[in-house]
Design a protein around this ligand. Structure first.
Ligand SMILES: Cc1cc2nc3c(=O)[nH]c(=O)nc-3n(C[C@H](O)[C@H](O)[C@H](O)COP(=O)(O)O)c2cc1C
Length: 200
């Protein structure tokens, strides 16, 4: 499937049929997500992959008030968290770059950018890191479509409750959900602004 077909045919499924997405395709999708770009390559995300019904059921009350019935019938739920602990990301990235044989000069430059990002006020740090997380979510929904997995992204959920139920550490901020599975609805006609309304 070419990329234009992927992005035009993808839609936000509202209902799943309860069937299970096979592990091989799921692993492929996780790799597609992993390759998303991010500012200074800090990859400030941690993604909880929830595939067991018992955990999904525990999350239902923190999701249903937002009319997200689909969580009951999805195969897997990806919880995209923004990791506030950028320092540990930089430390790992620096080591990974050394291991990959990237030039010292490049590593120094990236370190300078990381320092600048990390020196920003906490609210701005979080905000900017969330931009990166959204890009990873873009990979998730388009990647799922490419693999024949239906997806539904949701910003409507109780983030504090998710953090509590899943026992997330304080540095992880639940940001967006992507439910995966086999859709039990059909795509409505696409509604998008015209080229002229967007590009100038
Ligand atoms: C940040 C973000 C949050 C969203 N949250 C929800 C949500 O909580 N529930 C929902 O049904 N759809 C949600 N959506 C999906 C959008 O409504 C959907 O992508 C848009 O209407 C276009 O439809 P399409 O994706 O089917 O083309 C969200 C999309 C984005 C980008």
């Amino acid at each position: 499937m070419d990329f234009k077909t992927i992005v035009t045919q993808r839609y936000n499924a509202k209902k799943f049929d309860g069937s299970r997405t096979d592990e091989a395709r799921l692993r492929e999708l996780l790799d597609i997500i992993r390759y998303a770009p991010s500012a200074d390559n800090l990859q400030p995300w941690k993604i909880k992959v929830i595939g067991d019904r018992e955990t999904l059921d525990r999350l239902v009350p923190a999701t249903l008030p937002f009319n997200q019935e689909r969580i009951k019938t999805c195969s897997h739920l990806l919880l995209f968290c923004t990791d506030k602990d950028l320092e540990s990301h930089w430390a790992r990235l620096e080591q990974a770059m050394k291991n990959a044989g990237r030039p010292d000069e490049e590593i120094r430059h990236m370190g300078g950018v990381a320092k600048m990002i990390m020196g920003r006020p906490p609210g701005e740090r979080l905000n900017r890191s969330q931009w990166d997380v959204f890009l990873a979510v873009g990979n998730a929904v388009n990647g799922a479509q490419a693999l024949g997995i239906d997806a539904s992204l949701m910003g409507g959920f109780n983030a504090n409750e998710y953090a509590r139920i899943l026992g997330l550490p304080e540095n992880l901020v639940p940001t967006l959900l992507v439910a995966l599975g086999k859709a039990a609805d059909s795509p409505p006609p696409k509604v998008r602004f015209s080229r002229d309304e967007i590009f100038f």
